[in-house]
Design a protein around this ligand. Structure first.
Ligand code: ZN
Length: 236
């Protein structure tokens, strides 16, 4: 592990209970420059070759999440979370490198153990900021990570046990802020139904156009069933 400390942090206002994954289309050195220029930070960077760089001590509040909400967390997601940045030159739209994910798993497991982080609170930047952020992207291996004991996946058979078919209630019950319903639906798709998210080879456009404003999956039965199944995983 390398260390490249940045001075952009302050004190946490709450205990660590969340793990937040990001990606940036930059290798480590360039990412550190961009963080420096923008007075931002994260706790760790994992490059495509698996090299890990620590930027901020875990106990400090790093500046990576911006305003973000998830489940009972309102706005100050940085106080709650440890932020891990992954290098992905197409912003997580094609598979991450194997070594990078293996390193991510080892690091995540240690953090989860240290702070006893609930699997419901292992999320992506897009989950906590659906209107603003597309990372860590549709190819982030959530299902594989869940098999390794990190975060939650779902079993479609469990959709039958869900208490409602109301999509907004389901997304809210999973953890999403649903004030912008289209954005919440698309963030859910990025995480749990990536086949619904279009590939965009223009990274600037991708970062700018976080979700299709007219999107509404209310008539998509499989989407509702998946939201029900995910709801059951998150609320056992
Ligand atoms: Zn991010």
């Amino acid at each position: 592990m390398n260390f490249h400390p940045l001075p952009f942090y302050d004190e946490r206002q709450s205990p660590i209970d969340t793990l937040l994954y990001h990606c940036s289309a930059l290798h480590t050195e360039e990412m550190l420059n961009v963080l420096q220029q923008n007075h931002l930070s994260c706790h760790y960077i994992i490059d495509t070759d698996g090299k890990i760089t620590q930027v901020i001590p875990e106990e400090k509040r790093a500046w990576h999440g911006g305003l973000g909400s998830w489940r009972e967390i309102k706005n100050d997601i940085n106080s709650h979370s440890i932020g891990i940045e992954l290098t992905s030159l197409d912003m997580g739209q094609t598979p991450y490198s194997k070594i990078q994910i293996e390193k991510l798993i080892t690091l995540s497991k240690k953090i989860i153990q240290r702070y006893n982080i609930k699997p419901q609170n292992i999320i992506g930047h897009s989950d906590s900021a659906p209107t603003r952020k597309p990372d860590p992207g549709k190819a982030f291996p959530w299902e594989y990570l869940a098999k390794k004991g990190i975060g939650l996946w779902y079993d479609l058979n469990n959709s039958l046990n869900a208490p409602t078919t109301n999509l907004k209630k389901l997304l809210k019950g999973i953890g999403y802020e649903t004030k912008n319903f289209a954005a919440a639906q698309y963030a859910f798709a990025r995480h749990f139904m990536p086949e619904l998210v279009e590939f965009d080879n223009n990274i600037e456009h991708l970062i700018d156009q976080i979700y299709p404003e007219k999107i509404d999956f209310n008539k998509n039965e499989k989407f509702i069933n998946t939201a029900q199944a995910v709801y059951m995983s998150f609320n056992p």
